[in-house]
Design a protein around this ligand. Sequence first.
Ligand code: MN
Length: 197
Amino acid sequence: MSFELPKLPYEKNALEPYISANTIDYHYGKHHFAYVNNLNNLIKDHKLENSSLEDIILVTAHDSESVGIFNNAAQVWNHTFFWHSMKPNGGGKPTGKIASRIDESFGGYENFVKEFKTAAATQFGSGWAWLVEDRDKLKVIKTANANSAVAMHLKPLLCIDVWEHAYYLDYQNKRPEFIDIFLNNLVNWDFANKNLK
Ligand code: MN
């Protein structure tokens, strides 16, 4: 069994002007694709060859001999989740169940925004920021490099990629601007609501 690059949930220019088709070409077409190919090469004839992506992540997360497999498997999963965390005409305040859960857990949307921006902006070097469900509470966390909320047994609801390759072509070094755009114009609350169920 081998993994395939999952289809993007929209056209590659659908997030313009916020994320260019050029960024998607590199980020999805080169980076995400490379993680899929690397993973397939690493699990060929390996005992995990027929495991699900989630199982590969969980099994290799704390195994120092499987760092390469973990990194590529987690990056495949994280990127697929990230593409779905955005949509054309997304962004702004949440609606539905996620809105009330955010109010309960953070004491209001503005507090959530503050926490999410801080987590995403202060992840030193490459990594991810996440909105997750941890038992009955929603939390914001950040992870370094390929590390994933999946590996931490948390239920991911949304994520943002803050590796430089996610924003450098469009925003150069201005990561905070990219985070603002993600929240104001891209974030897909329908996806977060679906993940809550
Ligand atoms: Mn990326």
